[in-house]
Design a binder for this molecule. Structure first.
Ligand SMILES: Nc1ncnc2c1ncn2[C@@H]1O[C@H](COP(=O)(O)OP(=O)(O)OP(=O)(O)O)[C@@H](O)[C@H]1O
Ligand SMILES: [Mg+2]
Length: 263
């Protein structure tokens, strides 16, 4: 299963341009539940990084801390050399609008078109709601949104209502919206969790390609081991509040990952 899914490194190998994301000393507790106890890692542009760990090990908390949806108790977070922890409310809002978040359950607006939903991605960089809707968006924005939809393979569904699309197509619209944000960092928390095997694989392949081919920084969580292996270049393992594994995906296999979960 793994071998055919894995991209050919000769043509799609990661373009390493230096750390896009640097995290150190990340600490977060909920009451006496010390979830993150000094998490440290870097993520590179052009690389798809997978974060693995048992249920409740703090994977989602880690991703949320990166954009301070969850406020860390301590730690240093740098994204593209910006110190995230010192951002005031306004700069934080602006910063978040530049990070693409893809969740298990996307938060698209169901009753409007795919194109309108993608246009919402421009919200953080435009004034006024007129630009968010397909009928009133300036031509340049519409053209950009169409390019984003084409990138995820959904140009032909642009005018279709999102609630008439399949789960996999909806997830791809959510990814197109992050492209419309012009996000250079995409954080994806189980984007494949509620999708059938084929759609889940398409979504994961798209995320991996955005890193490997388009040079974005992608950090994802997936509970499907075959996806983690095939669609990441690097795997970070979270255990007892610390990162205890950091491996090239080609240097590990399903058996080793399974052992990681048993420990
Ligand atoms: N808002 C919250 N309030 C209190 N405890 C929380 C909150 N969010 C998460 N936790 C706790 O923090 C721990 C880590 O949760 P988190 O959701 O980060 O785990 P996870 O690794 O993403 O798990 P899963 O694989 O199940 O998604 C868990 O013990 C969880 O119960
Ligand atoms: Mg989670």
């Amino acid at each position: 299963m793994n071998a055919p899914l894995r991209s050919d490194p000769a043509t799609t190998g990661p373009v390493q341009t230096g750390p896009a994301l640097r995290v150190s000393g990340l600490v977060k507790a909920y009451g006496d539940n010390a979830v993150l106890r000094g998490v440290e890692f870097e993520a590179l542009a052009g690389v798809a990084t997978a974060l693995i760990g048992a249920n409740g090990s703090g994977k989602s908390t880690t991703l949320k801390c990166l954009i301070r949806l969850v406020e860390p108790d301590a730690g240093r977070i740098e994204v593209f050399d910006r110190d995230v922890m010192t951002l005031g409310p306004r700069d934080l809002r602006r910063f978040r609008s530049q990070v693409g978040m893809v969740w298990q359950k996307h938060n698209l607006v169901p009753r409007v078109s795919a194109l309108s939903n993608v246009l919402h991605g421009a919200q953080g960089r435009r004034q006024g709601p007129a630009a968010w809707f397909q009928a009133t968006a300036p031509a340049a924005l519409r053209a950009e949104a169409m390019t984003c939809l084409a990138r995820v393979g959904l140009a032909d569904k642009a005018l279709q209502r999102v609630d008439s699309l399949s789960g996999g197509q909806q997830q791809r619209v959510a990814i197109a919206r992050t492209l419309m944000q012009r996000a250079r960092l995409i954080l994806a928390d189980e984007p494949d969790a509620s999708l059938d095997p084929q759609s889940g694989e398409e979504v994961m392949r798209l995320l991996a390609d955005l890193a490997r081919k388009d040079g974005l920084t992608v950090v994802f969580i997936s509970h499907r081991m075959e996806h983690t292996l095939a669609f990441s270049d690097r795997i970070l393992g979270l255990q007892k509040g610390r990162l205890v594994m950091d491996k090239a995906s080609t240097a590990t296999d399903a058996a080793e990952l399974r052992r990681f979960f048993e420990e």
